[in-house]
Design a protein around this ligand. Structure first.
Ligand code: CTP
Ligand code: CA
Length: 227
């Protein structure tokens, strides 16, 4: 009946979510990382599952349990995250909540680096693949709805608009990560940025941001009106 469908607006849909940081090796015992906790991305995966979707969560290293009812694939580096993400396609909706490391060490050392007379090592960095842009620009098999995040410390809306255009996604969830402890914290203040405009939500628990975002995406796909 209609009520059951309204409660599971994403039944029959595959939702792909990336979450957490990536770890980029320097040598076998050291890595470059960032402060992402994965809380927002994991909450989105859980909310999508609660909405009836089949969910694949591609997660970097986080201290969180795998959400119930979600297929979780664990990766470490950005390149592993890209490979796992592409392997999980096709998807109806893809949400890129991971804080992917922008750079990796060009030549990670095969053995632990040692102090010595040659002095302080210099790390040469190379840019990682952009997972969101790669998926959003696919000629075939592009998810109908591609959603990115933008973590900014200034000019939040302007930078989000630029990212929306550059990456070719349909929606950017922009959040201000300056100061207040959003990264690792339990609440989030977000702006939904599309080509049509900006919708600003009040500060909410990350679980609440997740369920509202999933309801919003279900509305955009029109599937909540099906049946
Ligand atoms: N993203 C990605 N792969 C990358 C970098 C970013 O998939 N290598 C995704 C993130 O998951 C997020 C969006 O792109 O959904 C924006 O990430 P962000 O770090 O804000 O943007 P960048 O393009 O990396 O720009 P910058 O960090 O320089 O602001
Ligand atoms: Ca970045």
């Amino acid at each position: 009946g209609g009520a059951a469908i309204a409660q599971k607006p994403l039944a029959g849909k595959h939702v792909l979510v990336t979450s957490g940081p990536t770890h980029e090796p320097i040598d076998p015992v050291r890595y470059i990382a960032n402060r992402s906790s994965g809380k927002q991305g994991h909450a989105i995966a859980a909310a999508a599952a609660a909405a009836g979707a089949s969910v694949t969560l591609v997660s970097g290293p986080v201290g969180l349990p795998d959400p119930d009812g979600v297929t979780t694939i664990h990766v470490e580096s950005a390149r592993e995250m890209l490979a796992a993400t592409e392997a999980a396609l096709p998807a109806d909706i893809a949400v890129f909540a991971a804080a992917v490391a922008d750079w990796r060490v060009a030549d990670a050392a095969p053995e632990k680096m040692k102090k010595g007379p040659s002095g302080t090592p210099a790390l040469a960095l190379v840019e990682n693949p952009d997972i969101l842009a790669t998926v959003a620009h696919r000629k075939t098999g592009r998810p109908a709805l591609v959603v990115g995040f933008a973590a900014e410390t200034e000019n939040v809306i302007d930078y989000a608009r630029a990212k929306l255009a550059r990456k070719g996604c349909d929606l950017i969830v922009a959040n201000d990560v300056g100061g207040t402890g959003v990264m690792g914290g339990d609440s989030n203040t977000v702006h939904l940025v599309t080509r049509d405009g900006v919708e600003t939500w009040p500060t909410l628990a990350k679980e609440e941001v997740a369920s509202r975002l999933i309801a919003h995406l279900a509305g955009l796909t029109g599937v909540s009106k099906a049946g």
